[in-house]
Design a protein around this ligand. Structure first.
Ligand SMILES: NC(=O)c1ccc[n+]([C@@H]2O[C@H](COP(=O)([O-])OP(=O)(O)OC[C@H]3O[C@@H](n4cnc5c(N)ncnc54)[C@H](OP(=O)(O)O)[C@@H]3O)[C@@H](O)[C@H]2O)c1
Length: 277
């Protein structure tokens, strides 16, 4: 059995480490490789992998929208998110799935102590925010404030993705004031701010308490400035690495048929490979 992750560039991808760990732990006879596919050749290269008997591929930047467009069928979540991170090949056909919303929620849920918050503040309105907004609504969050540096992008995303929740667009500055003035049960950073090489999020979270859960989906660094501020306030904090690990589980199962878990051994392996510890 053969699977791969495809992107351009691809050297940064942790998927070979994650799937390699699971192939080893399950003893399944399979291979998982990283393939750098140029956008101009994407569709042809994917069809060639189908012909070569691959079970499927994980898809990363910049191919997630192209993957959705290429597929013969699309699952409901990928359609709503508007992008696919997993292509599954069955009997010569390509099915587009998206497991980012699943990975996000699996990582966050244990910190919510069994209760879905009614309200959440989401920072950022890029590709990752789409999966987060879908997951929050599926989990029953009813009131979402969506803040973005470019307000028009938050407005457009709110218009497109609001189904079961109210999504209120907000400017970045107003979101910083909100975090200082009003206790929020859940704050999620989906923007690239705080990522290695980008400006950190330096707000003080003055109104947040131990009742607030703060999740930064950025995982490099693991402990972002936002999570440090949250810890100072006594909030529960969740880093982004678990989302990356959990989104891979349904893909592994689809490619190789094995049930796998995200455990400390896998997490440490990825942390070491990325130089995070
Ligand atoms: N943990 C995981 O599994 C996982 C999965 C996916 C992504 N991520 C992380 O999530 C982050 C975003 O990824 P993405 O795919 O959504 O990227 P993207 O589509 O390029 O979107 C980037 C977002 O960040 C905002 N932004 C960028 N620089 C900013 C700044 N200086 N101040 C305020 N906002 C800023 C952008 O705002 P504008 O609209 O104003 O440009 C936009 O909302 C990345 O750090 C990525 O590594 C993590």
């Amino acid at each position: 059995m053969k699977a791969a992750v495809v992107g351009h560039p691809i050297a940064h991808s942790q998927s070979p480490t994650i799937h390699g760990h699971w192939l080893e732990s399950t003893g399944i006879a399979g291979t998982y490789e990283a393939l750098d596919l140029h956008p101009d050749a994407f569709a042809d290269e994917i069809r060639a992998l189908v012909e070569r008997g691959f079970q499927g591929v994980n898809v990363t930047v910049p191919h997630k929208e192209a993957a959705l467009a290429l597929a013969d069928t699309t699952d409901e979540t990928a359609r709503r998110i508007g992008a696919s991170n997993t292509l599954v090949f069955t009997q010569g056909k390509i099915q587009a799935r998206n497991t980012d919303a699943y990975g996000f929620w699996e990582n966050l849920a244990p910190s919510l102590t069994g209760q879905t918050p009614k309200r959440a503040l989401v920072l950022g309105a890029g590709g990752a925010a789409r999966a987060v907004l879908v997951a929050l609504q599926d989990a029953g969050v009813q009131d979402i404030v969506l803040a973005n540096r470019t307000l028009s992008r938050a407005q457009a995303l709110a218009d497109e993705l609001a189904v079961s929740a109210r999504i209120e667009p907000l400017s970045w500055d107003d979101a910083e004031s909100l975090m200082d003035q009003q206790m929020l049960p859940l704050i999620i950073n989906t923007s690239s701010r705080g990522m290695k090489g980008e400006n950190p999020i330096t707000c003080t979270l003055a109104a947040q308490t131990s009742q607030t859960v703060v999740n930064d989906i950025v995982y490099n660094p693991l402990q972002t400035a936002l999570l440090q501020s949250a810890e100072v306030r006594g909030c529960r904090t969740v880093d982004g690495l678990g989302m990356l690990l959990h989104q891979a589980r349904p893909a592994f199962q689809a490619f190789f048929g094995g049930r796998v878990v995200v455990d400390a051994g896998l997490r440490h392996k990825v942390e070491r490979r990325m130089g995070l510890v």
